[in-house]
Structure formats: C-alpha cells, structure tokens
Ligand binder design. Sequence first.
Ligand code: PEP
Ligand code: MG
Length: 600
Amino acid sequence: MARKGRSRNAGPSEGAVPGGEITLKGIPASPGVAIGRAFLLDSEEIPIVRQAVAPSEIPQEIARFEEALIKTRREILGIQAKISEEIGSEHGEIFNAHLMVLEDRALIEEVVTRLKDDQVAVESIFAEVLRKYVKAFSKVEDEYLRERTSDLEDVGRRILHNLTGLKRRGLSELAQPVIVVAYDLSPSDTASMHRQHVIGFVTDIGGRTSHTAIMAKSLEIPAVVGLETATRRIRPDDQLVVYGSTGTVIVNPEPQTLKTYEELKLKLETLDQALLKVKDLPAETPDGRRVQLAANIELPEEIPSVIAHGAEGIGLYRTEFFYMNRKDLPTEEEQFEAYRHVAKALAPHPVVIRTIDLGGDKFMSEFRVPHEMNPFLGWRAIRFCLARPDIFKVQLRATLRASVFGKIKLMYPMISGVEELRAANEILEEVKGELTREGKPFDPKVEVGAMIEVPSAALTVDLLAKEASFFSIGTNDLIQYSLAVDRVNEKIAYLYEPAHPAVLRLIRQIIDVAHEHHLWVGMCGEMAGEPALALILLGLGLDSFSTSPVNVPRIKQVIRAVPTFRAKEVVKEAMRLATGREVEDFAQGRLRELVPEAAK
Ligand code: PEP
Ligand code: MG
C-alpha cells in the first residue's frame, strides 16, 4: 500500500508520562491484550559486519555499490508503476522522492571517498553514511526536509538489502512472536500473517470495520488501528502493550503498567473461559424464543474456532479471501473442495456462502481492477460478478455442487435493487441447467438470499422479497452508505455510529418488512457482535445474529438473559433518543443492568 497522505503530526490523543512510557490512543479493532516486542513492517535492522577489504578490492566494492543503486532504482520504478496503475499516479509520485535519494551526488560521493579511506566493505560504509544523513535530516527545522527522513530510511534499507543480498522479511516469514506495527495492512497482508508469530498488531490508518480489523477479530489477534503516528513513535523491538478493546497502545511500559496489563490479560483469559461455558446451551431467550447465532468466517481454517465458540453454523462466509494472495483464479474444483469441507464440518447447521465481494478495500492480488475514485461505490461485489459471469459461474457451480454435502445457502453482496438480484438469479438458473445436463448433483432447493447493505435495498425490501428467500443485513456497509462515512477512514471514525437513529430506523424497517413477507432476516455486520446493540436487535425481532466466533458466547449470554418484552422496552426507549451517542450510552446502561456479565 502506498503511504498516501501520511500525517506527520503527533496525534492529539497521545501522551508521554514522566517515566518514559508513551500511551497512544487509536480505534479498537480486535479485543484482548497482547504484550510483546514491536516488529516494524519493512524497517527491521539489517545485520552488517564491518569487514576489511584490500586496496585492490576497492573498484569491485564500488561496482557492487553501483549495481545495488541500479537494482534499487529498478525496484522503485517497478513499485511506482504498479501503484500508479492500481491506485493512481498521484500515489506513484510519492516514489519520486525515493528516486531522488538514489541520485544524491553528495551521498554517493561520500560513500566512495570513505570507501577508499577506510578500506572496509561498502555495506558498512553505506550504513554509516546513511545513519549520518538520517540524523542530520531528522534535526532540521524545515518540516518538509524533516519529512524526507523516512524516504531516506526506506531507500537506504532497500540499498542495504541489495548490497547484503538479505531478503526483506515478510509477515509470513516471522520466526518469533511479535506485535506488527505498520502504516497500513491490507486484508491480504493480514490473511498471510503467521498466526503463531503475530500476537497483535497496530496500524496508523484504518477504521473499526475495515476488513483488516475484521480479519484480526476472526484470527483472535488483539489489534488497534487508526493510531496515525504509531510507525513514527514506535521503534523496532520496543516493548508494547496492545489493549485492543479500548484502542490503547503503550510503548515501553513502566513495570507497574506492565504488571497491570499482565493481570488484565490473565483476567480476560479467565473470563473467556467462563464465557465458553454457555457454548453448548441454546441461543434462546428466557421466554423461549429461539434465535440463530452463527459465525462469520473468512477462511476454512477458522472452523475449529467457530465450533469451539458454540456457533450454530456460518452466517457469512467471505469467500473473496479465496481470491486474494494468489496470482491465478481459484478453480471450480478447489472451491468445491473448500465449500464441501465447510458444509460437512458444520452440518446440520447452515453455511451461508456469500459470493465474491471483491473491490472496496479487498482486492485480488493479480487481477487488474482499474483505479477508481470511490472504490466502495464502484465496481465491486455483485456488480463485478455480473460483469464477469465467467468468474461468477465458476463459484456458483462449486457452491451448488457442494450443497449436497450439508446445508448450504447462497447470498449475494451489495444488491442495490431488484434488477441485480434477478440478473444474478438468472445466471444461477443457467448454472443449475448446466449441472443437470452434466449429471452433477446439487440441492435444487438451495436458498438464495440478498445482503441488505445499500440504502436502496433497505428501502425496497418488499420488492426484493419476491426474488429472495432470506435477507442478511450488512451493517458494515449499510452504515457507511447511509451515514456517508467511509468505513476505513480513521479521520471520520467518530461519525461511524451503528447506533445512529437513521441506522436503527433502517434496520427496524428492513426487519418489519421482511417479516411481513414471511422471510427471515439476519445480520452479519459487526454490529451483531456488540452486546449492547444486540439488546436492541433482539427487541427489533432479528432472527439471526452472525458475528466473529469470539463474540458468539457474549451475544449468547445476552440472548439467554433477556426476555423478549424487556428487549422490546429497550427498543421503545432507544428509538426516542436523538443521537447515536445517547442510544449507545443508554444501551450500555441497560446491558449493565440486564446482563452484567456481558457488559464490558
Ligand atoms: C457488511 O457490510 O456488513 C458485511 C458483513 O460485509 P463486508 O464487511 O464483508 O463488506
Ligand atoms: Mg459488506
């Protein structure tokens, strides 16, 4: 990801305490406490040995240096071209500053002169000269020049890698448990993280329902996003405490702070164990109303966690992760195997397979999707699938074929109106015809649902009801589209309010109209995993909650503790309130009274 619009100003919410520890405040992305050493993505120390060279070897060293400069230039030009093509030339231009570093005559000449004087291998000379420059730049008054420090560090690191032949370490190659610190992590970075070794992560940008945050939750990795200055305030190997539930990151904690968080970590782990006790109990209200409580997954590897947390099925399988971190498209056979595996593992519970939702903040690694000004409003999800029936059909075939191995349901993302739903269903019918002719078995009664995540769909549920068998409310997108708040932008994260009266009214309308048409309606957005808001959703009559496996036990506690009439009372009161903050505070208060064990 290009470092676009990188803010260099210290965030208003961060502060240093006298002992030297620093507290940074960001956006809570994934709960829990992680304590460990910082791994700054792309800025690890490169081990350099100061090795003497004979005078006769100096020309060879100079040649090595020149080669490294050329190689680095080629690399940067390559990245620049890729970034320009994928997300726009204005982002590619950031790399011009990097290229300028490579042409800095003063720096190059100093390396060559010192090489001749000191007679040691060029990497150690270059590392020393680079350090000197970085130090000088970081001290200058002029902000523009000071900002060039990180360009210098980035390019310097590349040159050193090329001189030493050492490969840059990727997230999949980590050997020790670390807390990853990055400007940004793409969902595909997150998906490729080595789970044993990444115990937490923090990023400068991102919002609560960015897919990176969602991935962290499903991987059960404590995470804080939107910290703005983490990559500047944290150094490699600093000790970090990440408290994902509140969005707090403490850098080099004092012994007392460390002790407090170690105790909290232990307490939370014990609490989690206690929560798991409700795992095998039904998701049923005290007055006997049965609710479906399912889990969201991104990868089949999460099935053990789904089962361990007592979810009854999968309410959202985000299949697009199948298409990421790879150079080719997944074949029908590959997808069929995965879907069959998930269906079998969860049977007799249902598995809702959502057709690919690429675009927005999820991109296929190699598939060339043109740069768009507003990717969340652009060529994504069902729009992409309808434009590429060749890709869509492969997934539909695989899903249908897997449907005989369990209870599979199909669901389309980003439906904005009846036409899209009809068009998708037509393709589905074609595929069913093909499979029948080929003699390949599938469940002819496979249920087909639509996600309600676009306001136009929310307002036309009655019309969509004729073409679908169920609905699932995708609040992550519904909130961003109805409140006009980009879900991944940390600058406006304060406006992203699930409890906003407009959102509640839309949800109430979706549920009521769906029920009038005798269709069940679930929710698979992050909102369904918030215990206080679950109280309201329960009162609104939501039939199914689907959330990250870790949230399942807490939501079950809420369902099991609150009789329907109480939940309805909460709704009545909440609907009278004027702001999201008021609703949130009110719901948290009621949760503390009604289900103290599920309150944060
Ligand atoms: C949603 O939008 O609420 C949703 C569940 O889909 P995604 O988060 O994958 O966009
Ligand atoms: Mg969505």
